[in-house]
Design a protein around this ligand. Sequence first.
Ligand code: GAR
Length: 270
Amino acid sequence: MAASLRIGVLLSGSGTNFRAIAEACHNGAIDGQVVFVGSDNPRAKGLDYGRRCGIPVFTVDYRSVIRRVCDGTTPTGPSDFVLDDVQAKQSLMPAHSDPGKLKSFLISRAAAEAQLLEKMAAYPFDLLVLAGFMRTLTPYFLDRVNVAPRQLRVMNIHPALLPAFPGIDGYGDTFRYGCKVAGCTVHFVDYGEDTGPIIAQRAFPIRETDTLESIRKRGLQLEWQLYPACIQLFAEGRLRLVKTRLQPPVGQQTSRTVVRIAPDGQTQAP
Ligand code: GAR
């Protein structure tokens, strides 16, 4: 991509990945700039770094939005929310989930996502980066960000070697399972939880002397290198989405979209 990449960031906590990305923009490792930092958590520490850098910061208090939907104060979703469409596309919750629970999950999340989208609209961006954003995103949100056909532009970093250990505690799940290797994954976000096309992964051995804390520490250090590198590949237009046939099928899935990384110098518009 010719112009500098405009990167939007969403985070929920300490924001060390956001910091690594902002520094990579600053020192030229990423040809881009962070144009906003948003959070579902008004007390997220990562927002302070954004404020100090003069990056626009905003929050949507997911907890209170979800409470208002679930206690019936504002029981409907956004005006452009179509439950049947979102429900048919989503794979965040199993299809056989309690219909009432699934409905209130989707409506409450879409209500919060509509507020996120409204705030994000003030800051045009090319790529949305989830940097420790501890909320799943529904098709309602993703369809309004991924507007160009066959292009994905929401990226996430996950603290495990996907497809193993999706969810909220990747390093913890890896450690408790007794794995001998841990790692992190950067992927595009699709309609499932941590199921989207994998861009890159880094692994490291787990030693007998390791603790969960030491694994988290080593993992984070790899994340700080891997995430900026993947964002730069996106900025260079080198991430291609390709459909592959799964043989044999994995569950119900017979094909899958995967990422191919074009060689240096072979770019295409992201
Ligand atoms: C990172 O380990 C990231 O991989 C993980 O949260 C941490 C955020 O740290 N993300 C997830 O678990 C997403 N499901 P940070 O706030 O210091 O960047």
